[in-house]
Design a protein around this ligand. Structure first.
Ligand SMILES: O=C(O)CCC(=O)C(=O)O
Length: 389
């Protein structure tokens, strides 16, 4: 089916280039985004569906940097009380304002991180028909997607993604089998590396959850319990260069619905955070991992901590890769804040919900943006109202 589609696009491209007297540089290695150039809008160099409304992509050239804390986890790992207290305070201040910080000495092997980057780069360089062999189908969290074009038609993100899931007790055969079945025996190894990376990310996420508990004065393990036995999601983003970086966005403005996100970006830069009404860049730092809070953690903290509004911009000449690990609660645990965070001055901000319902909401009914949690809350209340009347 895809081969058929691709063949005709190729033919169309050849004719298009002949009519426009442009050199043809289309082979089976051309990536999908090149095909999309066929649909240039009348005034711009990129197709209309990649052009974001002005209010979403304004201030794209701003060079203001976010002043997020760079948190050294070494003292915490060594059990040093003073350093741990300072670490906790630093993280608390970031979570009270915009919900993002970076960690260094985080215990994740840099060779492992680099190896995942290399594998991801190799994957995105594959011919399109090979990538489409693992195309993500609606409802699944596994596979390749181009610009989320299978789900949306407007404001498409200028990127390709490769996603997979991770469950602590999941079988090795899961990730390894995914690559092996699509690309053959020699790619089983790629799956195992992904799995090892997700394992390391889960361990680090649990460490950060523990620090968050301390910083909120929450009973040890209240949050941790909620994540026991959860399935997390890993998404690798590949942002090709874009002729119109001022009109497109690599990832649109949104807050992550999940609890905690750990991101590794290469040195190109592009991640931005909305802070004090302005988009500010998160500078890439060698060896550091970016941590941001998501909506579920905002709900768990009864709104004390903030889910981080962020986006990724694109670059005219350079491609960029980011590895994003979304740490998710167990599907049917109820998200309810601990008692010490609910007071008469701070009543409950969000109703009880299960992560599985929130996830479904974002898959079936709502395109994730900066107001997902608010709209999910409204939807839940309405839904409940309809069920009881
Ligand atoms: O690539 C980035 O820096 C941000 C990616 C992101 O926010 C996402 O994939 O949800």
């Amino acid at each position: 089916m895809h081969e058929f589609f691709y063949k005709y696009l190729k033919l169309f491209l050849t004719i298009y280039h002949l009519i426009n007297f442009e050199p043809i540089s289309m082979d089976s290695n051309a990536s999908l985004h090149q095909l999309f150039f066929l649909e240039k809008s009348s005034t711009n160099l990129i197709p209309e569906k990649f052009i974001w409304p002005k209010e979403e992509n304004h201030n794209i050239t701003s060079h203001e940097e976010l002043n997020e804390p760079i948190v050294d986890l070494e003292g915490f790992f060594n059990g040093d009380k003073d350093t741990t207290r300072r670490t906790t305070e630093l993280i608390r201040s970031a979570c009270l304002s915009h919900g993002l910080f970076q960690v260094i000495n985080h215990g994740v092997n840099l060779k492992l991180i680099n190896s995942v980057h290399d594998h991801v780069k190799d994957f995105f360089k594959l011919p399109i028909d090979e990538k489409l062999r693992v195309q993500r189908v609606p409802g699944s969290f596994w596979g390749y997607s181009f610009a989320h074009a299978d789900r949306f038609t407007l404001n498409l993100p200028w990127k390709e993604t490769l996603s997979c899931c991770f469950h602590e007790n999941g079988h090795d055969s899961e990730a390894a089998g995914f690559f092996k079945s699509a690309f053959g025996e020699e790619c089983e190894h790629t799956g195992l590396i992904f799995k090892e990376y997700c394992k390391a990310m889960t361990k680090l996420s649990l460490t950060i959850i523990e620090i968050l508990e301390m910083s909120l004065g929450v009973d040890n393990s209240y949050f941790k319990e909620i994540f026991k036995d959860g399935s997390s999601i890993m998404r690798c983003n590949f942002y090709p260069p874009c002729q119109e970086p001022g009109l497109a966005l690599g990832t649109g403005p949104h807050c992550d619905p999940t609890a905690l996100t750990i991101l590794h970006q290469d040195q190109v830069g592009g991640l931005q955070v909305l802070s004090d009404g302005k988009w500010k860049s998160v500078r890439p730092r060698h060896g550091a991992l970016v941590v941001n809070l998501g909506d579920t953690l905002e709900a768990l903290s009864n709104g004390v901590y903030k889910s981080c509004p962020h986006r990724a911009i694109v670059n005219k000449s350079m491609e960029r890769i980011s590895l994003v690990f979304f740490f998710c609660p167990s599907e049917d645990k109820v998200i309810v804040p601990p008692e010490n965070l609910v007071t008469t001055e701070r009543p409950r901000l969000y109703p009880d919900f299960k992560w599985s319902d929130f996830l479904q909401f974002t898959q079936k009914y709502y395109r994730v943006d900066v107001s997902t949690l608010l709209n999910f809350t409204k939807w839940l209340i309405n839904h409940h109202h309809h069920q009881t009347t």
